[in-house]
Ligand binder design. Sequence first.
Ligand SMILES: [Fe+2]
Ligand SMILES: [Fe+2]
Length: 228
Amino acid sequence: MQSSQRTLSEWRNRVAAEYRSAAVTAQAVHWMIQAGLPEHLVRVGLRIVADELDHATLSHDCLVALGGTDGAIPLEVSSMAAPVAPEGVLASLVDTIGSSFCLGETFAVPLFAAMRQHSTHPAARPVLDRVLQDEAAHRAFGWDTLDVLLELDGPGVRGRIEERLPVWLDAFARSYAMWSEAPPLEPAERAAGLLDGADYAAIHDRALAEDIGPRFARRGIAMPGADA
Ligand SMILES: [Fe+2]
Ligand SMILES: [Fe+2]
């Protein structure tokens, strides 16, 4: 059966997002090496770059198996690297660990778990199994690296993250809100690993309240709107 346009465009977006994750992580690893962060964490970062490249390839294989074309997928090169912050490499690292890992990878765990839950399509399910298996380690890498950064400069790192959290959170909320306006999924779309918009929004809100907020709070970092 031919997959819906929505299914194909979602998997095309996933290929690009996974590839972008590889690039963003590679840049973080480079900054970690420049900043002399612990070698074991740098090595975890290198493994994550390889994981994300695998995720991109597996997602592309899935796209083709679902009936998508085997052609090149446009990538936005500017989104694959951030300029070094004027305050230096450590500050750049705080930004990328805070937004892409403490938020991005931490949201990813329950989102992929939900996508996998209803996914029965033989092309999609093994990809979601692999991605979900890796995402918990990617999330842990983010929070472990944040802890190292906090040991280096607790007040500076806390202040920088608290200052930037509203903008980072707004970007995530807007990207998930986009989904909630989409019409409900067909069973075949759910089987191919898509998630209903309302589920996206609910999982996002729950992850923020029950996981991300408490993790920041334990580290003395206040969420926007929370009493300091
Ligand atoms: Fe990934
Ligand atoms: Fe990841």
